[in-house]
Write a protein of this length. Sequence first.
Length: 198
Amino acid sequence: MKKIIIQVVLAAIIVFLGYFVYQSIMEPVHFDTEKRAREKVVIGKLKDIRTSQLVFKRVNGSYADNFDSLVAFLAVAEIPIVKMIADPDDTTFTKTINDTVGYIKVSDTLFSNKSYRLSELSIIPYSDGEMFEIGADTIERGGVDVHVFEVKALYTSYLKGMDRQTIINIVAKREDIDKYPGLKVGSLTEPSTDGNWE
């Protein structure tokens, strides 16, 4: 009888240890899967912000340096709907005539199928309400003034609620190679509108 009890206890210990080993192996896999899923959402929002900034610059000549200005612009701004037709006087059909047939609100074009409202553009997903860091400036390149912008979200913001030590390790690894510890689009030091994920 004692032998059976010992075998049952040993079997339970083996099952527990097996489960513990399995969990320790799978924990980084689960973390990475969740991290990639969250980054996909954050990148989508950064792309929306980039598009919004490009429209803002096209109309105003420079980028917005805060979300209040950007959102207020997007709420009322309109872009023309242009119809291009061939010039009837051109027999080669290479010239066109642009005819503005109406206007459409920028917010209807950019945000009609988004899962968030325009007023939430500045909020980092998964961050419990933290806002993207935004900036705009003018830099000189080759004797020419160039308008630039940058929008950033730290790992610690959008990975909130996940394994704390793993996040600390990821941040430290990025800082060791002088890279931004998170996702960002644009740059305040270079004339670029690329994201650091591209």
